[in-house]
Design a protein around this ligand. Structure first.
Ligand SMILES: [Zn+2]
Length: 233
């Protein structure tokens, strides 16, 4: 089965180009333009063209240069894996990528957890760990390995932000977690049909209001998908 990486990118119509550019943010102070649209299961920005999915950074490169990157990897000069600014992108082989990383120790390749995730995501990963979500489930959500999640949780990647909120995060633990403060009522509340139309952050706010417990939006997502707390009907 062809992977989305290497599927040839078709010529985009003006309307399709428009859809692409609407999904990238305005340049930040580094000139980076982050992808704001959908992500695939591996955490890469993805754009549907003619009912097929293409990685956003590959489409960005294609639009900027007119060349399909083919089997090449897309490299970021800005070390910002979601950036779709054509000037920050180049196409390279795995070997060039490795050489580049050797010559630029601060630059992390796209297989490196540091490069695949943002600081905000790392904070979220640690919050989920605090809430007792199993590392495997977190890894799956972020599309990285359990080992990478484990390193982030231990503070080997990304700085540990001294977030005062984290200190008083109540343990809203998933099943089987030793620190579990099981609260079936909260899980039922999250899944209550009336909550169905609400966004995850709105549900989180209601849980906080109702139960005085902070639950991350990721945890709410996992509860709704029944990836955790499966035993609660
Ligand atoms: Zn950039």
């Amino acid at each position: 089965m062809p992977t989305s990486n290497h599927r040839p990118i078709p010529e985009l119509t003006e309307k399709q180009k428009d859809r692409f550019f609407k999904r990238i943010g305005p340049p930040d102070e580094n000139g980076c333009r982050p992808w704001l649209g959908a992500l695939d299961k591996d955490g890469y920005g993805v754009l549907g063209i003619n009912y097929k999915n293409f990685r956003a950074i590959r489409v960005a490169y294609f639009l900027a240069t007119g060349e399909d990157p083919g089997d090449a990897l897309i490299l970021h000069s800005c070390d910002n894996p979601t950036c779709c600014e054509g000037k920050h992108l180049s196409a390279g082989t795995q070997k060039q990528n490795q050489e580049f990383r050797l010559n630029n120790p601060d630059f992390s390749g796209e297989n490196h957890p540091r490069a695949r995730l943002t600081q905000a995501e790392a904070d979220e990963i640690r919050a989920m760990d605090t809430e007792g979500i199993r590392l495997g489930i977190i890894a799956e959500k972020f599309g990285v390995t359990t080992a990478a999640i484990s390193m982030i949780v231990r503070g080997e990647h990304f700085k540990l932000t001294a977030d005062p909120k984290r200190a008083d995060v109540k343990r809203m633990a998933g099943e089987r977690h030793p620190g579990s403060k099981a609260n079936d009522a909260i899980v039922r509340f999250v899944r209550f049909p009336n909550a169905a139309g609400l966004k995850h952050h709105q549900i989180a706010a209601r849980v906080k209001e109702q139960f005085g417990v902070s639950v991350s939006t990721s945890t709410i997502c996992l509860i709704l998908k029944r990836r955790i707390w499966k035993h609660v009907v």
